[in-house]
Design a protein around this ligand. Structure first.
Ligand code: NZQ
Ligand code: ZN
Length: 386
């Protein structure tokens, strides 16, 4: 068992109708608000009007149009508004992209320079604006963590930002995800599962953390197909929303060495060049990475996953159970409508070399610590295999 720190300062305000409590929660922070959102889903679903009604007496400035795979150009606009209007706090309403962009804005508001500097060098992050979020898509866990992922379209880079970026509070109302379309629900499910695999398919296990990971995976495998078939099924949406929040907050990693998050490192490279949906890239890469990592040494870990998540027979041969578990993972992604080849999303091998070099340079984890240690050639083989 490794030593660990688990620091989760965000207040999760979970359940139907909890948005009504937001003005009370934000009361002591002031009344000049920067409201950030994406391409308009919050207007169609009525959340925008609800916020306007809840904050009738407040001064609200808006940054709309934050893109999926949020761009530094949008963040620069947000920082400009925050500085010019001297806002008291940010209210981010949307999925991971809106929340991530808002974290960079929160830090950029007190930084005398380009907010991209803060992505490149976290030590430049100082004071930050208080950030509140209203989550509308279950996937990234940004509502409950201290990181974001930002795209610089000019340099084809998509990179994580880490720092004192936890939201003060996040409203997680599962009914706000009823309108999420099937493809985004499926991509979100793949993202939550990938966050779990990145922590679970590793060299060291322990009973408690492995058990939490297995419960996360069973939760998504059970509820994602239900949410896709019945978009307004509250229980299914609620289970996915809870799983979203616990995927990226560090809980799944307690007591073991942190892993290099191989699929996330590679997926961000794909999104940087091709602007694909994060969860789609993960669904394509994950089974390829798993098959590539399977050998005599790693098989027990995959077999354990098969037994505890898919109910495979523990008495069966370890390697055969490991293979079955990986096949069942790929089948699940297909079943919920996700592609399984990069060619299906218009990606060929023309940038693989650049991607492998870039991820090795900028990624936080050393790929040698992966369950099967990976060098540049291995990363290229995984990309080519996808
Ligand atoms: O822009 P709007 O109109 O809101 O539409 C969005 C967007 O088109 C739509 N959507 C969101 N909520 C909806 C809805 N449509 C209907 N009804 C709703 N209730 O869904 C589309 C995708 O939204 P986006 O925010 O991009 O999705 P997601 O939450 O999956 O976020 C993906 C981003 O988060 C990063 C990813 O790399 C990607 O850039 N990640 C952030 C992490 C973090 N902060 O810890 C970790 C993750 O691993 C991930 O890398
Ligand atoms: Zn992710």
């Amino acid at each position: 068992m490794f030593n660990f720190d688990l620091y989760l300062p965000t207040r999760l305000v979970f359940g139907k109708g909890r948005i009504d409590e937001l003005p009370e929660i934000t009361k002591s922070y002031g009344s000049k608000i920067l409201l950030t959102y994406g391409g308009g889903s919050i207007k169609r679903s009525g959340i925008y009007d609800k916020i306007k009604e809840l904050y009738k007496g407040a001064e609200i400035f808006e940054l709309s149009g934050i893109e999926p795979n949020p761009r530094i150009t949008s963040i620069r606009k947000g920082v400009e508004i925050a500085k010019k209007e001297k806002v008291d706090f940010i209210l981010a309403v949307g999925g991971g992209s809106v929340l991530d962009a808002s974290k960079n804005i929160a830090a950029g508001a007190f930084y005398d320079g380009d907010p991209w500097d803060l992505v490149l060098d976290a030590s430049k992050i100082g004071k930050t604006l208080p950030l509140f979020s209203v989550l509308t898509l279950s996937a990234t866990g940004s509502e409950y963590d201290n990181s974001g992922v930002i795209t610089n379209e000019a340099t084809h880079e998509k990179m994580p930002i880490f720092g004192n970026l936890w939201p003060v509070a996040s409203i997680c109302d599962p009914t706000y995800t009823f309108s999420v379309p099937a493809n985004q629900t499926a991509a979100g499910a793949a993202d939550i599962m990938s966050h779990t695999f990145e922590s679970y398919i590793v060299n060291q296990g322990n009973t408690l953390t492995d058990g939490i990971c297995e419960a996360m995976l069973r939760t998504v495998i059970k509820n994602a197909p239900v949410a896709i078939a019945e978009p307004d099924n509250y229980e299914a949406r609620a289970e996915l929303m809870m799983a979203s929040s616990f995927g990226c907050c560090g809980l799944l990693n307690i007591g073991r060495e942190s892993s290099p998050w191989v699929c996330h490192g590679l997926e961000h490279e794909l999104s940087a060049f091709y602007d694909i949906t994060h969860g789609v890239g993960l669904a394509i890469l994950t089974p390829v990475w798993m098959r590539y990592s399977l050998n005599e040494h790693t098989a027990p870990r995959f077999a354990n996953y098969g037994v505890n998540v898919f109910g495979l027979n523990p008495k069966d041969d370890v390697m055969s159970n490991a293979k079955k578990a990986i096949d069942l993972t790929a089948d699940f992604f297909k079943k919920i409508g996700l592609p399984s080849k990069l060619s299906e999303v218009g990606i060929d091998d023309s940038h693989f070399e650049e991607m492998a070099d870039h991820v090795r340079k900028i990624w936080f984890g050393d790929f040698k610590d992966a369950i099967r240690p990976l060098d540049r050639e291995d990363l290229l083989n995984i990309l080519k295999g996808a």
